[in-house]
Design a protein around this ligand. Sequence first.
Ligand SMILES: O[C@H]1[C@H](O)[C@@H](O)[C@H](O)[C@@H](O)[C@H]1O
Ligand SMILES: [Fe+2]
Ligand SMILES: [Fe+2]
Length: 317
Amino acid sequence: MVHAPEVTTFAKDRAAKLDRISDEVDEVNVLKLKASKGEDVNIDDKFWEEQSKFDSEKDKTTFRQYEDACDRVKSFYLEQHTKQTLAYNLKMREEFRKTVRARMSIWEAMELLETLVDESDPDTSVGQIQHLLQTAESMRRDGKPEWMQVTGLIHDLGKLLCFFGADGQWDVVGDTFVVGCKFPEAIVYGSESFKANPDYNNPELMTENGIYEPHCGLDNVMLSWGHDEYLYDICKRQSTLPKEALSMIRYHSFYPWHREEAYQHLMNEDDKVQLKAVRAFNPYDLYSKSDAPPVVDELRPYYEGLIKKFFPPEIEW
Ligand SMILES: O[C@H]1[C@H](O)[C@@H](O)[C@H](O)[C@@H](O)[C@H]1O
Ligand SMILES: [Fe+2]
Ligand SMILES: [Fe+2]
């Protein structure tokens, strides 16, 4: 068992290292954004304000009802909140940078997710390939640009982790939160649900900022390990998606932030822009879950065409 102050010093060094890495990545992203902006990508303030058609179509109060959720969902979150520690997160990031687990195309990865049913999700019982197509199709219907449709199509591919030796689903799916500082009430089932987490019982970590500096920017904080952080890292390195798309991927499960407005004290100026992007993405992810399941084979040629524009034929997973 690692002694608490040691974890903190290690985490601070690690955070500084991540800081440098993300600076380099930011430069690359600016270039990518310029390169792909051309015809199709037009990101101005008005773009983020456009409402989705779901606003007039769906009763939103029927989604994400965690108090009424089944035992499967409740015990999922209890396990996740108990096991997602700072030490575990540092270990996973280190491990994942070192190895390539598989080589396959985006479409092959989507097909693998056919059989995966997400244990944390009270709103969907279809396979994940269906959920991905529902998300992308609802964006296409609303006339969203190609880069955003592709983002919708792939946003949950990080759930492939389930096939790479994950220990159940607690470190793959579900909403995310920041590790290394206080767990806010805004997290599903509240801070009480972290009672058995070793970090919760470490007063040094349970301050407002924990191991982070105020307003250090979300690029420099660690979100609980799972499908978002994993896929973000892959897309940052292996796609030409713009920064806003990468934020949609990294933060889409970060409901305590994008919906409940927690973690304001860690945000910097750029995070405010990214928040708009994530909020524009969210309705397509959430409210398309009650749409009719799409016919995979009919949609395949269209989406294979889009994938080609932003990804190489083979991805290192
Ligand atoms: O149960 C869901 C599901 O796992 C989603 O993929 C994730 O993005 C959501 O945040 C979560 O609540
Ligand atoms: Fe997700
Ligand atoms: Fe999703």
